[in-house]
Design a protein around this ligand. Structure first.
Ligand code: OSB
Ligand code: MG
Length: 380
């Protein structure tokens, strides 16, 4: 379904950026490291008609992606915000133009996504229009999966998964890495039987590990996510041909073009869509559309979002091609205290798609200030 390009223009007056440090309820371990405090950037655009909010989902270290928070902080202030300001000085700014305006800067997609989201939010709020409706949502709630980090040992993993199943999560994803793959997956399968289960390797393997990865075939996983490196498209195709488990790409899919190429080369039969990784929610919808036309299932990935990005992810995940449960969990899965007044909760294994204007959230200014470690305001 094409996007109705009807969001209102905004008159940009200023852009506020904040680095936040949000303590996690428990450490989150992947093949590339352990996070205990989420470092993220929040964007507020100030317009003549009100504010809009966005989130730049970088992590503090460039291990998932080449992007990282202090790099994002720099490029936003020196290049991307000024480009937006310049464009908005001579003409009203439409959200659908943001991607094109920022295109001359190579990469830095998470920063572009956060800026575009803030402009979109400001624009849709003036129209009283929810983001979900604008993007093409067809559901008012979405099934909620949870991404479970690597634990001390398989027994601890089983205990962690039990806790999430008790809360009602409808799909479990476990992180794996070499040496913590077959036994961990077997432990979860043995403990819980036929639950919807998938694994995420975050690029920790090479094609030489194909035998180990093929040993996962016996667990009837929904998919294996990003076994090889970001630029290993041909190797992913070779691996996919050897596995019964469907290969899903995350890190490799940095744009609609990358998605098209990966599908053409048969490197993936499922795609994880993260708006930050692909440069914004509008590019995310383009990937959704091309996958839908190709009959390829997609699901909504996560980057430990605050209530800002989490609301946007719930809206995106409500599009018709999102036929697999996403990593759109309750805010409480990561944070004791969110920065929004009405954090997303789990209800019968689902999260609700916000219905208010724009992102449909209100910022809790005290909570936001409490976790802000750096703040800057850029004016025209
Ligand atoms: O690979 O999906 C990933 C978190 C940070 C970086 C990469 C990933 C993840 C997750 C967490 O798996 C998903 C979530 O936000 O719930
Ligand atoms: Mg992933």
């Amino acid at each position: 379904m094409p996007i109705a390009r009807a969001a209102a223009s905004v008159n940009l007056e200023a852009v506020e950026l904040r680095v936040l440090h949000l303590p996690l309820v428990a450490p989150f371990t992947t093949s590339f490291g352990t996070e205990t405090v989420r470092e993220v950037i929040v964007v507020r655009v100030r317009t003549a008609d009100g504010d809009g909010w966005g989130e730049i989902v970088t992590q503090h270290e460039p291990y998932y992606s080449s992007e990282y928070t202090q790099g994002a902080w720099d490029v936003a202030q020196r290049f991307l915000v000024p480009a937006l300001m310049d464009a908005g000085t001579f003409a009203p700014l439409f959200p659908e133009q943001v991607g094109t305006i920022l295109e001359p800067v190579i990469g830095h997609r998470m920063v572009k996504a956060g800026l575009e989201l803030a402009v979109l939010d400001a624009s849709l709020r003036t129209q009283g229009r929810p983001l979900g409706e604008y993007l093409g949502a067809v559901r008012d709630r979405v099934p909620s999966g949870v991404s479970v980090g690597i634990q001390r040992d398989p027994a601890a993993l089983v205990e962690a998964v039990q806790g999430y199943l008790d809360q009602g999560y409808v799909r479990i994803k476990i992180k794996i890495k070499p040496g913590r793959d077959v036994a961990d997956t077997a432990a979860v399968r043995d403990a819980f039987g036929e639950i919807p289960l998938q694994v995420d390797a975050n690029s920790a393997y090479t094609l030489a590990d194909a035998d180990v990865l093929a040993a996962l075939d016996r667990f009837d996983l929904l998919l294996i996510e990003q076994p090889l490196q970001e630029d290993d498209i041909v190797d992913h195709a070779a691996l996919a041909a050897r596995l019964r488990t469907p290969v899903c790409l995350d890190e490799s899919i940095v744009s609609a073009k990358a998605a098209r190429d990966a599908l053409a080369l048969r490197a993936a039969s499922v795609i994880n869509i993260k708006a930050g990784r692909v440069g914004g929610y509008l590019e995310a919808v383009r990937i959704h559309d091309l996958c839908r036309d190709a009959g390829v299932p997609v699901w909504c990935g996560g980057m430990l979002e605050t209530g800002i990005g989490r609301a946007a992810n719930a809206a995106l995940a409500a599009l018709p091609g999102f036929t697999l449960p996403g990593d759109v969990s309750a805010a409480g899965r990561f944070y004791r205290r969110d920065i929004v007044t009405d954090p997303i909760v789990l209800d019968d294994g689902h999260v609700r798609v916000p219905t208010g204007p724009g992102l449909g959230i209100e910022i809790d200014p005290v909570a936001l200030d409490d976790v802000t470690v750096e703040r800057v305001e850029l004016r025209r």
